[in-house]
Design a protein around this ligand. Structure first.
Ligand code: DAH
Length: 323
């Protein structure tokens, strides 16, 4: 075939091509590297006389340009029609993003705490949010009319029932039903009748801890809690123990951790008071234990640098989606 014949037959073929595959076959037939009709002519130019080359060369090169254009035009036609699609669906349109759910920051913190204490052989138990004054106060050595009750601003349901102000009542409920030795943690929601501000909420969460046995000492407490905070905040974390007062422990302590150069109070604790063991008919001469309680929100606020406790319950997705 000469250049003119190739032009005619190639353009005809392209016009008739039904799909991308057929078009490719045609492209190979005329422009294929090895045996393409036009390629053969282009390749032979160097063997022609000067006169012939002057005549055929430009025509062949022009045809190559025209063919390439015809192929790419046809290819665009195919892709445009496939976009419209057989059933009118634009298959090139980006799909809808599926929003994947995720855990609330408090759940993440609670899971982490459970994981660490599980690794220290503590079990996880839970208790009721509506309590009696006996479990929330009396059995914890906080009798009616005792000024220590002022430490917990209480939502009373009636003169006996209340919303638990801390998770400590589960110490009593658990010891009533189990014999030592044991070690437990009790995560749960608690309530306080308080004015809310950036660091106070009327409902928040605590994790209580209790380890009881014949030879449990403050040294065991210091080890377990230091280990806990180092796993929680990082291996180098400094932990400090200060004397404090809670009616259900003696001695009572508060625990601080050092973060970014500041001591932050993160936990109340102590050795279980003999009166608490009396309430569950353990023999305080034989049995001892340590107890502790910490606020989940406070730990989450420290860990994630959250400035306001009310954000946890705002339901604001701009907040929760950050975790
Ligand atoms: N229940 C205390 C509170 O809510 C925290 C606490 C302090 C718990 C000392 C304990 C403890 O178990 O030993 O403020």
């Amino acid at each position: 075939m000469n250049v003119a014949e190739i032009r005619k037959s190639a353009l005809e073929d392209v016009k008739k091509a039904k799909n991308v595959k057929a078009l490719e076959v045609i492209r190979v037939k005329y422009l294929g590297r090895k045996d393409g009709e036009l390629t053969k002519i282009l390749r032979s130019l160097k063997d022609l006389s000067v006169a012939e080359r002057k005549e055929i060369g430009p025509a062949a090169n022009e045809l190559r340009g025209d063919l390439e254009e015809a192929f790419s035009k046809k290819l665009k036609e195919f892709s445009a029609s496939s976009k419209r699609g057989v059933v009118g669906i634009d298959i090139t349109m980006p799909g809808k993003k599926i929003a994947v759910g995720h855990l609330h920051p408090l759940t993440i913190i609670e899971n982490r705490i459970k994981e660490i204490f599980n690794s220290l052989n503590f079990s996880v138990v839970e208790g009721p949010e509506a309590e009696t004054d006996y479990y929330n106060f009396d059995a914890l050595n906080i009798p009616a009319n005792h000024p220590a009750r002022d430490m917990w601003d209480t939502f009373w349901i009636d003169s006996k029932k209340l919303l638990r102000t801390h998770t400590s009542p589960m110490q009593i409920r658990y010891m009533e039903k189990h014999q030592p030795p044991f070690q437990i943690i009790v995560p749960g929601r608690v309530f306080r009748f308080e004015a809310t501000d950036a660091s106070h909420e009327i409902n928040f969460h605590q994790v209580e801890g209790l380890m009881v046995g014949e030879r449990v000492t403050l040294a065991n407490f210091k080890y377990v809690i230091t280990e806990f905070f180092r796993q929680f905040f990082g291996p180098g974390t400094h932990v400090r123990f200060r004397p404090s007062y809670f009616p259900f422990v003696e001695p009572g302590l508060e625990v601080d951790v050092m973060l970014n150069g500041n001591w932050l109070e993160v936990m109340g604790a102590g050795m279980v008071h003999p009166k608490v063991f009396d309430a569950v008919r353990y023999n305080p001469r034989k049995i001892r234990g340590f107890a502790f309680g910490m606020g989940l929100e406070r730990l989450a606020m420290i860990k994630y640098k959250i400035p306001d406790i009310r954000l946890f319950y705002s339901g604001d997705l701009r907040f929760t989606n950050q975790f």
